[in-house]
Design a protein. Structure first.
Lengths: 111, 114
């Protein structure tokens, strides 16, 4: 059961904010966020393990609402380097750690 | 963290042939996975490589097409057998030590089948 990401694509100007959502139809154990630039492997951003947990890294943060079975990634004051495709990966309690990825959200930051 | 290398980094193969992709990790890890990423698509899990036993395949993937070996806790291979152009993808291995840990990806193998 692939998680659903929204929006599919976002175009921003430098300095603007964005939110990417990830939702699942099944209970979640954890949510992982990755960014992938063209031609490169996915790069880990953060992992959220508990319901309601929020984590931050520089101007990128995320929340995890276990009850709603969803997570959101917040990009604040976006920079050109934020451009890429963002994937959420979800782990279900029965799945022994394997990640199932959403379809991705393409973010383009323009000068 | 974990440092992962894959060989080859890219290859161009003829229809009907097979290619074996190697994944080497710099330390012992419990869990190792193989993913496929078709052009412009998300990452799709092929299988979990289990050390000392047969791999566990996801729906739509079978052992005859994608045989996997995992002889120890730092190494695994994925073979793409009897290739067709539809197998053209990036193949990535990933690892993590337990389900609460970060999952790290190798650099990927870009496969083109003619």
């Amino acid at each position: 059961q692939q998680p659903v990401q929204s929006p599919q694509a976002v175009i921003l100007r430098e300095g603007e904010d964005a939110v990417i959502n990830c939702s699942s139809s099944k209970a979640l154990y954890s949510v992982h966020w990755y960014r992938q630039k063209h031609g490169e492997a996915p790069v880990f951003l953060m992992i959220l393990l508990k319901g309601g947990e929020q984590k931050g890294h520089d101007k990128i943060s995320a929340s995890f609402n276990e009850k709603k079975q969803q997570s959101s990634l917040y990009l604040t004051a976006s920079q050109l380097s934020y451009s890429g495709t963002y994937f959420c990966g979800t782990v279900h309690p029965s799945n022994t750690g394997k990640l199932i990825f959403g379809q991705g959200t393409t973010l383009q930051v323009k000068p | 963290s974990a440092v992962i290398s894959q060989k080859p980094s890219r290859d161009i193969c003829q229809r009907g042939t097979s290619l074996t992709i190697q994944c080497q990790v710099d330390s012992q890890v419990t869990m190792m996975f193989w993913y496929r990423q078709q052009p412009g698509q998300s990452l799709t899990l092929i299988a979990t490589a289990n050390q000392g036993s047969e791999a566990t395949y996801e729906s739509g993937f079978v052992i005859d097409k994608f045989p996997i070996s995992r002889p120890n806790l730092t190494f695994s291979t994925l073979t793409v057998s009897n290739m067709s152009p539809e197998d053209s993808s990036i193949y990535l291995c990933s690892v993590h030590r337990d389900s609460r840990d970060t999952q790290y990806f190798g650099p990927g193998t870009r496969l083109t089948v003619l």
